[in-house]
Design a protein around this ligand. Structure first.
Ligand SMILES: Nc1ncnc2c1ncn2[C@@H]1O[C@H](COP(=O)(O)OP(=O)(O)OP(=O)(O)O)[C@@H](O)[C@H]1O
Ligand SMILES: [Mg+2]
Length: 262
């Protein structure tokens, strides 16, 4: 049976969809069978993040309405043969489908996959609840702003009240240079403040920002950070990417002052 992991956040735009798509691709490249489910019915853009938006024929709406079988709605990724996407282009935030409807639909294919990653909408409304209740594990995505941390605190408490014990954090868009200068929150502080384990840290990266559905360069720091996250997902242990590393030492301090002057 697949491990069902929802990626969620209190604050919007912190990188859930980006991380679901890239972690999905990386897990698939490591020989895991992965299904990505777009459970963000209002701002659904997982198909865009993977560059497969032109291949959508059926979607989750058709599956839940009985218009097609679930496998007919799967789109195969362009790069990874073990990766499939279940889009939700025809659904809206007011859709009356429940978490139980989605869970039942996924149950039939759960044994075909090692991982089902679920992309949730931000916030704590019905859409968030629907997405989270489909999963057994949750990853809360945050950035280092204080708004994001406060929202994450609320989200974590709600998730725990749903009997999902395995909750972890990803600190996304981390700026090593700012962390070195004492701005924002550090990776160590995050897990103490939110009393939650840290699954990983992903740097603020132009490679991710300009991806447009293409394959992430293996040479990028983001790819390294995502590999480390996948290792932790697969083994339960391993190191966390340190975004401050390249700003340490003599050359690091030059990079930091160059970035500051931009
Ligand atoms: N580590 C990163 N470095 C640079 N840009 C990033 C990073 N992660 C995400 N982004 C960019 O941030 C923007 C928002 O990302 P994304 O759509 O994944 O957020 P989201 O949490 O899914 O948003 P929403 O709450 O609206 O669903 C996108 O332009 C994406 O390319
Ligand atoms: Mg999103």
């Amino acid at each position: 049976m697949a491990r069902k992991i929802v990626f969620t956040s209190g604050k919007g735009g912190v990188g859930k969809t980006t991380l679901v798509s890239q972690i999905g691709r990386k897990l698939a490249s490591l020989n895991n069978r992965v299904l990505l489910v777009d459970a963000d019915f209002s701002l659904n853009n997982l198909d865009l993040a993977l560059g497969v938006e032109n291949f959508v024929v059926y979607d989750l709406f058709d599956v839940l309405s009985g218009n097609c079988r679930i496998r007919q709605a799967f789109i195969k990724d362009k790069y990874e043969k073990n990766l499939y996407i279940l889009p939700s282009d025809k659904l809206s935030a007011n859709s009356s489908f429940s978490a139980q409807n989605i869970k039942t639909a996924l149950l039939g294919v759960s044994k075909l996959f090692d991982f089902i990653l679920i992309d949730s909408p931000a916030g704590i409304d019905n859409g968030f609840k629907r997405a989270v209740l489909c999963a057994d594990e949750a990853v809360v995505v945050i950035n280092s702003s204080f708004e994001s941390l406060r929202d994450a605190d609320k989200v974590i408490n709600i998730i725990k009240s749903y009997d999902i014990d395995k909750v972890s954090l990803i600190l996304n868009r981390a700026r090593g240079d700012l962390m070195m200068s004492g701005y924002g929150v550090s990776a160590e502080n995050v897990k103490d403040l939110l009393k939650c384990s840290l699954l990983g840290v992903v740097p603020d990266s132009d490679a991710l920002l300009t991806l447009d559905g293409k394959k992430l360069s293996r040479l990028s720091s983001a790819d390294k950070a995502i590999s480390m996250i996948c290792n932790k997902i697969l083994t339960g242990r391993g190191d966390i990417y340190d975004p401050t590393l390249k700003y340490k030492g003599f050359f690091g301090s030059i990079k930091r002052s160059l970035r500051k002057s931009n």
